[in-house]
Ligand binder design. Structure first.
Ligand code: 4AD
Ligand code: MG
Length: 433
C-alpha cells in the first residue's frame, strides 16, 4: 500500500492508500462520520462508516478534535459533489497527535484575533489557496526571467543608501556606523546590469511607512529587473509581458486554488492580453479633473489610492501612467529629453482597485545631474560615489522596474487586504507572530 498526499488521489481511484492528515472539521451521526481532512497539498473528505470499521476506529473518529493529526488508510473514490473531486473511504485511523481545543473554529472571527493566531490561521483553506498562488507567481517569475536571458543577482539587505527617500528608512547600527534595511535593490542592480546586461533581484525590502492602508506592508518582497542598453519603451514591453505571464501561469497551474477563492477566471484572462494601455501623467490629471470626482486635484499632485482606483477603472487591463512630475519621483530617474518638469518613468496600475503594482523608469546617466539630485534629496554623497562610478566607466542607457510581490498577489487572488498575501505580515502595529 502506498503512502500518498491528497493531491495525488486522482491517480489512485479504487486503490487503498495511506495519507498523513490533519482534521479541519467533522460531522457525524450514529452510523457515519464525515471527516474534513487536509495535508498541505489539498483538502478532501474522509468517510467512516460504522459497519465497515472496527468499533475502536469508529469511536476514535467520533472523538477526534479539530486539528488532530493522524494517518488514515482507505480506498479513494470519485466524489463529484466536492471542488476536489475525490474522497477516501476510511478503513483505519492511526492517531499521531491529539489536539487541544483549537482556537480557530469554523465560525467567524475578527481580524485582530486571526492576526494574533496567524501561525494557525495559515492552515485554513483560503490562506492555503493564496500561498499556492504566491508560490506559483514566484516560480513563474524565475521561469520568465530565465527564459528572457536575465540572471538573478542578489542585492544586500544592509545598506548605506536610500534610493526611495529618507523618510521611510529603517535605521540600524552596523558596528560603529549607521546602516539601513534595504528599501530597494535597484542601485545594486544597476551596477549588476553594467556587469551582466540583464539582471534581476528578488528579495525582502523594508519601508517604515506610517501609513495603515490595505496596500502597505512594512516588509515586502520585490522583484527588480534592470536592463543595460535599454530605453523605457522596451522596458514597458518586458513589464507587460511579465505581468501577463504571471496571470497566465496562475490560470494554468492554480485552478484548484482559484476555485477555492472563487476568483473569476474570465476576468483574469483579460489581463493576459498585451499590450496594456499607456496614458501620460498629464492625461491622467485631465481624466481625474473631468470626472468631477476629484475637485482639488491639480498638476503636480501624487496619486493616492482613490485616484489610482479611478484611473484603473477606465480600462479592463493594467494601465501604465507615464512621465510623472520630477518633484514627486526619486533622484535616479532620467529627466525627460524635451521637458524640464517630468521624468521618464511609469507606474503600472492594476485593475479592480488594487493600485500601483510596478514602479519603474529609465535611469539618469549624467553624473553631474545625479550628484545635484542626490544633494537635493538630502543624501550623503559619500554613500553614492560608487553609484556615480557606474556613469564614469562605460555608462549606457538603462532601465528597470520593481514589482511588489504582495501587491500583485493581492490583485491576482482578489483579496481585500495585502496582509493576506504574505505568510507573516509586518504591519504598522504588528510584529507578532
Ligand atoms: O515604486 P517603488 O517605491 O519603486 C522602487 O522601489 C524602485 N526602486 C523599483 C525599481 O525601479 N527597481 O516600489 C516598487 C513597487 C510598488 O509598485 C509596489 O508594488 C511595491 O513595490 N511597494 C509596496 N508593496 C507593499 N507595501 C509597501 N509599503 C510598498 N511600497 C512599494
Ligand atoms: Mg512607486
Amino acid at each position: 500500500m502506498e503512502t500518498i498526499s491528497i493531491i495525488e488521489a486522482k491517480n489512485h481511484v479504487d486503490e487503498k492508500v495511506k495519507i498523513g492528515v490533519w482534521l479541519t472539521n467533522k460531522r457525524s451521526s450514529g452510523k457515519i462520520a464525515f471527516l474534513q481532512l487536509r495535508d498541505g497539498s489539498a483538502y478532501f473528505q474522509g468517510v467512516v462508516v460504522k459497519n465497515s470499521v472496527s468499533e475502536e476506529v469508529f469511536k476514535l473518529a467520533k472523538e477526534l478534535k479539530q486539528e488532530s493529526s493522524m494517518y488514515v488508510t482507505g480506498v479513494i473514490h470519485e466524489d463529484s459533489r466536492s471542488h476536489f473531486g475525490y474522497e477516501i473511504e476510511i478503513e483505519d485511523i492511526e492517531l499521531v497527535g491529539q489536539s487541544d481545543e483549537y482556537p480557530i473554529t469554523p465560525k467567524e472571527h475578527g481580524t485582530d484575533f486571526l492576526m494574533d493566531h496567524r501561525h494557525l490561521w495559515l492552515r485554513s483553506k483560503r490562506q492555503f489557496a493564496i500561498m499556492q498562488i504566491r508560490n506559483e507567481m514566484i516560480r513563474a517569475t524565475y521561469e520568465f526571467f530565465n527564459k528572457e536571458g536575465f540572471i538573478k543577482i542578489d542585492a544586500p539587505i544592509l545598506t548605506g543608501s536610500a534610493p526611495e527617500g529618507t523618510t521611510e528608512l529603517f535605521h540600524t547600527e552596523y558596528f560603529d556606523r549607521d546602516a539601513y534595511l534595504s528599501q530597494s535593490g535597484q542601485l545594486y542592480e544597476e551596477a549588476a546590469a553594467m556587469a551582466y546586461g540583464k539582471v534581476f533581484s528578488f528579495g525582502p525590502t523594508f519601508r517604515a511607512e506610517k501609513s495603515k492602508t490595505r496596500r502597505h506592508l512594512i516588509e515586502f518582497w520585490m522583484i527588480e529587473p534592470e536592463m543595460a542598453f535599454m530605453h523605457q519603451e522596451e522596458s514597458l514591453e518586458i513589464q507587460e509581458r511579465y505581468v501577463a505571464f504571471l496571470v497566465q501561469s496562475v490560470i494554468d497551474n492554480c485552478e484548484y486554488a482559484l476555485n477555492i477563492l472563487e476568483r473569476d477566471i474570465d476576468v483574469l484572462k483579460q489581463y493576459t492580453q498585451t499590450p496594456y494601455p499607456r496614458i501620460s501623467y498629464d492625461e491622467a490629471i485631465e481624466m481625474l479633473q473631468k470626472s468631477g470626482k476629484f475637485p482639488d486635484v491639480k498638476w503636480g499632485d501624487d496619486f493616492g489610492s482613490p485616484e489610482e482606483t479611478f484611473l484603473a477603472e477606465q480600462f479592463n487591463k493594467p494601465v501604465f501612467v507615464l512621465n510623472y512630475p520630477k518633484a514627486i519621483k526619486p533622484f535616479y530617474m532620467k529627466p525627460h529629453p524635451t521637458r524640464d518638469d517630468v521624468v521618464v518613468c511609469a507606474d503600472m496600475l492594476a485593475p479592480e482597485g488594487y493600485g500601483e503594482i510596478i514602479g519603474g523608469s529609465e535611469r539618469a546617466v549624467d553624473p553631474e545631474y545625479l550628484a545635484e539630485k542626490i544633494k537635493e534629496a538630502g543624501l550623503d554623497m559619500e554613500n553614492y560615489e560608487w553609484y556615480l562610478d557606474l556613469r564614469r566607466y562605460g555608462s549606457v542607457p538603462h532601465s528597470g522596474f520593481g514589482l511588489g510581490l504582495e501587491r500583485a498577489v493581492t490583485w491576482i487572488t482578489g483579496e481585500d487586504h495585502i496582509r493576506e498575501a504574505i505568510p507573516f505580515p509586518r504591519l504598522l502595529n504588528r510584529i507578532y507572530p
